[in-house]
Design a protein around this ligand. Structure first.
Ligand SMILES: [Zn+2]
Length: 420
């Protein structure tokens, strides 16, 4: 589809969305009233800026007011991950679940998937997590198979790979080095396994120039697999997935309207960094208008070599609220992860961001006790100095304690980053 063709289709969907939320969403009814929004005047994407943004705080404060259907129509109850705040509830109707399945099937196809593939799922599918469910349904919709192993458990992962010959792994990429280490330690010939590619979720594997970051390099230098990056969130109910070109995640124009904006809310140009703002299309339960994700990405509008003309997003450079001002330098947590991922001796780490008595940010990196030698400290110190110009505080705790801090029972994902 050409750019003009999909924009035309999006204009019609936007028109429908605006009349739908003004009929059914208590939140948007109130906002339209308060801001004097005339939805008849906003029928084209070019007119979107006449609508106010929706923020994370709006969503948290008026959570259930976003719901457009009676609660009896809710088929699935999910919550956001809530890295920086309390999780927000998301309500999905039957048709929203179908939309998720469509999104994920298209996403798998974008990453080269087909009905011949077998996916091994290394994330949770329950715990009120939207994505796990979406992967399973997407594979089913595409006609592929899935092995739901869940997170962790390297032994079970390799046993499943040997037994069922999956072709694609879906995982948080920082788990893959642990999987490789387990194979190496246990004489598993992972190089000749059936795995051809990995769908990487939740963490970037590339630098903004699309070269692999340290985590991406660490995986691909050890294992001959193709990595596909994805960027998604509960609020979007959709994913930006890389094609085989690896030049950013593609927008699915049937499911989202994308804006990438600067500090003043103005659209940024080709290749520039801005905050990702989405308007969800085809959502029945909790549609969102101009939702500010807080995620900062570079945006590309030029057509991709794969033939798709939809905009692409580069890796998430950071979250707006996660910006750390440290010793006069501005740092986003992924930059700290990237340095730590360079060091092969480091298997697990947790980055702790806190405020000191003067209200300034402090960064402490927790590492396993067995690494605690003067030489190792010195090496880390100079590595951070050369890469980020500043050095965090390093603290060494037992491997058991570190592991229990990162893999907490009540959390769905490992906690590499915490704020105290
Ligand atoms: Zn492409």
């Amino acid at each position: 589809m050409s750019q003009t063709a999909y924009r035309g289709a999006q204009d019609n969907r936007l028109k429908y969305l605006l009349s739908y939320v003004s009929d059914h969403s208590p939140y948007y009814q109130r906002v339209f009233r308060e801001h004097g929004v005339d939805i008849e005047a906003v029928f084209k994407i070019a007119d979107l800026s006449a609508l106010p943004f929706t923020t994370k705080d709006d969503l948290a404060a008026a959570n259930d007011d976003f719901l457009c259907v009676p609660k009896s129509r809710i088929a699935d109850y999910v919550t956001t991950s809530g890295t920086l705040s309390d999780p927000v509830a998301f309500y999905l109707t039957d048709s929203d679940i179908e939309r998720l399945a469509t999104n994920e099937a298209e996403s798998f196809k974008c990453a080269g998937g087909s009905e011949r593939d077998i996916y091994q799922l290394m994330t949770t599918i329950d715990r009120r997590f939207m994505a796990g469910l979406a992967y399973w349904m997407g594979a089913r919709k595409m006609g592929a198979g899935m092995i739901r192993v869940g997170p962790g458990a390297p032994y079970l992962q390799w046993e499943s790979i040997r037994r069922f010959s999956p072709t694609v792994i879906i995982a948080i990429p920082s788990f893959i080095p642990r999987l490789i280490d387990y194979a190496l330690a246990n004489g598993i010939d992972f190089q000749s396994s059936s795995i051809q590619s990995i769908i990487c979720i939740g963490e970037p594997i590339r630098n903004p120039d699309f070269t692999f970051n340290e985590l991406g390099k660490r995986i691909t230098s050890q294992w001959n697999v193709k990595l596909f990056s994805t960027y998604a969130s509960t609020e979007m109910g959709a994913a930006f997935t890389e094609c085989s070109e690896g030049k950013g995640g593609h927008l699915n124009p049937d499911l989202l309207i994308l804006e990438v904006v600067d500090e003043d809310g103005k659209a940024v140009e080709e290749g520039e960094l801005g905050e990702v703002v989405v308007t969800t299309l085809g959502v029945e339960g909790m549609p969102l208008l101009r939702y500010k994700t807080g995620d900062l990405c570079h945006v590309y509008y030029s057509p991709c070599a794969c033939g798709r003309t939809s905009p692409r997003l580069g890796p998430v450079v950071g979250r707006k609220q996660q910006m750390i001002k440290f010793k006069g330098t501005t740092i986003f947590p992924p930059a700290i992860f990237d340095v730590l991922d360079m060091v092969s001796e480091i298997e697990l780490y947790q980055v702790v961001v806190s405020k000191n008595e003067f209200g300034n940010d402090e960064i402490t990196v927790l590492l396993a006790m067995h690494l605690h030698t003067p030489a190792f400290r010195e090496m880390l110190h100079s590595l951070f100095k050369s890469r980020l110009r500043v050095t965090p505080v390093f603290e060494f705790i037992t491997a058991e304690e570190l592991s229990s801090r990162i893999f907490r029972q009540e959390k769905r994902k490992p906690e590499k980053l915490i704020y105290i």
